[in-house]
Each structure stands twice: as C-alpha cells, then as structure tokens.
Write a protein that binds this ligand. Structure first.
Ligand SMILES: NC(=O)c1ccc[n+]([C@@H]2O[C@H](COP(=O)([O-])OP(=O)(O)OC[C@H]3O[C@@H](n4cnc5c(N)ncnc54)[C@H](OP(=O)(O)O)[C@@H]3O)[C@@H](O)[C@H]2O)c1
Length: 299
C-alpha cells in the first residue's frame, strides 16, 4: 500500500478513454479501490449510458469529476490537470469510432498530448494500454501508433506501466451476434489461438499495474481458444447448428487493400482485422471470467 493510501489520502487518477469498453470498467475499478477519479470524455451522455457488450454505465457514484474535453486538441486539456494528478490511465484509441481520424492522429497523437501534459504538470505515473504481441504485427498502422506511444513514454522520464492485453470480450460479443444470426464469418481458417479477457478483469490488471512496479504487464483470460472454437462456443450457447464461412486470407488481404484505396484509415483497420485472423495472441491468464459465462450472460 502506498504511503498516501495508508494515510487515507485518495490518490488522484485521470481516466482517459472513460467512455470505452475498457475505460468504463477501469473507471469503476479505480473508484472501487478508493481513488479520486476524474473521467475524461467528449460526451457525458455516452459516459452515463451502458456501452456495447456489457460495458457498464458510469453513474455519479463511479466518478468524482467529469472533464469534458477533446483529447486530440491539447488546448482543451488544461482543466484535466487542475489541482494535480497522481496517475494518468489511458485506453484512448480507435476501435469502432468513425470520426475520419487516423490511428496516427488518435492512438498516437492524442496519447502523446497526454504524455506532454503529464510531464509539464508533474503527474507521477502513466498507465497505457497497448497490445499483446506487437512485434508480430509491427507493420500495421495501429501497432506503429501504439508502439510510438510506448517509445515516447520510455523516453519521457515519467514512471509508467504498459498493459499488453490479448483480445477483449467485447470483440467476442460480435461473434456471438453473428452466431445468433445463424452464420459466423472467419478470416483465415480460424486455427490461430488466443485468450481474450473480460473488461472487468482487465481493469483490475490495469489498476494493479498502476499500483505495482512492473513496467510491462501482459494479460489474457483463462481460456485459450482458436477463432473456430470461439465460433463453436457461440453457436453452442445460442443453441444453433455451427455454420462458419471462411474468407481465405489471400482474399481478405486483397479486400483490405481495395478498401485502403478508397480510405486509408478503413484500409488500415481492415488490414488489422485480417492480420488478427493469422497470428496467435496468448498472454498470461490474469482474467478469471470464462468466455462461456460471458456468452451466457449476453445470450
Ligand atoms: N479490442 C481489443 O481486442 C484490444 C486488444 C488489445 C488492445 N486494445 C486497445 O485497447 C484500447 C481500448 O480499447 P476499447 O475496446 O476500450 O476501445 P473503445 O471502446 O473504442 O474506447 C476507446 C476510447 O478512446 C476514445 N476515442 C477514440 N477516438 C477518439 C477521438 N477521435 N477523440 C477522442 N476520444 C476518442 C473513445 O471515446 P468516444 O467514446 O468518445 O469515441 C473511447 O473512450 C485501444 O487503444 C485498443 O487499440 C484493444
């Protein structure tokens, strides 16, 4: 326990990305552990609504303060650091957003804005969420953006922790949705293995990282599965026969390249989705919630 915690003084944390799947759980976990939580959002309404795939609504009791600002516009971020901040947690990044911005502008530059302000205002520690196995997919735009943040943090002089998760249960929820509709699309033959993790379990890992001394924290869930096994589990839970359509990798890469000619960002996103169908992503099992229990709660 830190000296502040022992003295009963709440440590002050900013959660950037608080409207997102992981950010909502992280906001609640920091609060549960006695932090003074300031959530950064560009929409109070989105913060207060439940997110997709069980991401919880953030109620007044889950936060001490809400700061409405644009993380991509550093000139709006001054109030975020008013009165001092001990820890900055960031899970800011593009997943389902369609703002017309690139990974470089959001996943890299927005987090870079936060690093600069942390250095300027004397924040003690930065906890950043990157990804597991970045070295296998270093050529992708999303990975380059994340790993530039990591490199900047290493050079910043701040205390930091990099959380490297496997896939999230939110993405598995999308597989359950397809199974409900009767057919799951798989990119590649679906034999690559990974161990996705529940947002609440990962949030606990993130707060542990904020409190610990490890600089790199890899994390996955309790079940190591292939993409095909995830699809089969989803069909089993919704009680439908297994129907899988495989999009061969050569075709998927071709489609991603075609999309890239129309929109660089959508092309980069498509290339990321296709590549996720090729590589393994198994991290230390730090989550406890099984994918079956999660699917059952959704179904
Ligand atoms: N999904 C996975 O399997 C996985 C695996 C490993 C790592 N990650 C990484 O984990 C991080 C969090 O993922 P997540 O699933 O929690 O993502 P998410 O639900 O999309 O949340 C992302 C957060 O970033 C914010 N954001 C995105 N674009 C923005 C913009 N233009 N301006 C301001 N804020 C913006 C979102 O705010 P709004 O709600 O206002 O859009 C949201 O708060 C991401 O960096 C992702 O790459 C994900």
């Amino acid at each position: 326990m830190s000296p502040e915690a022992a003295a009963g003084v709440a440590r002050r944390v900013v959660v950037a990305g608080a409207t997102g799947y992981l950010g909502k759980y992280a906001t609640r976990e920091f609060k549960r552990r006695g932090y003074r939580v300031r959530a950064l959002t560009r929409s109070v309404e989105r913060l207060e609504q439940p997110g997709p795939f069980t991401a919880p609504a953030i109620s007044r009791g889950d936060v001490d303060e809400v700061c409405v600002a644009e993380v991509t516009r550093p000139e709006t971020l001054e109030p975020l650091f008013e009165g001092g901040v001990d820890i900055l947690f960031s899970s800011v990044g593009i997943s389902r957003q369609r703002d017309g911005l690139t990974f470089e502008q959001v996943d890299y530059q927005a987090n870079r804005n936060l690093i600069d302000l942390c250095v300027e205002t004397g924040v003690r520690k930065f906890v950043y969420v990157s990804m597991l196995g970045a070295e296998q997919i270093a050529h992708l735009a999303i990975t380059r953006a994340h790993e530039r943040v990591v490199a900047d943090l290493e050079a910043s002089g701040l205390e930091y922790a990099i959380v490297r998760p496997s896939g999230y249960f939110s993405d598995m929820g999308a597989v359950l949705d397809m199974a409900r509709r009767g057919r799951v699309l798989l990119v590649g033959d679906g034999t690559n293995r990974f161990n996705p993790i529940h947002g609440a379990d990962l949030a606990a890992v993130c707060v542990d990282a904020a409190e610990g001394t490890e600089r790199v924290v890899e994390a996955g869930g309790p079940d190591v599965l292939t993409q095909r096994e995830v699809a089969e589990l989803a069909f089993d839970v919704v009680g439908k026969p297994v129907k899988v359509t495989v999009i061969p990798l050569w075709l998927a890469h071709g489609l991603a390249r075609g999309i890239g000619l129309l929109s660089r960002q959508f092309g980069d996103l498509a290339e990321f989705i296709v590549t996720a169908g090729e590589v393994d992503g198994v991290g230390p099992a730090r989550g406890e919630t099984t994918l079956r229990s999660y699917f059952e709660s959704l179904a």
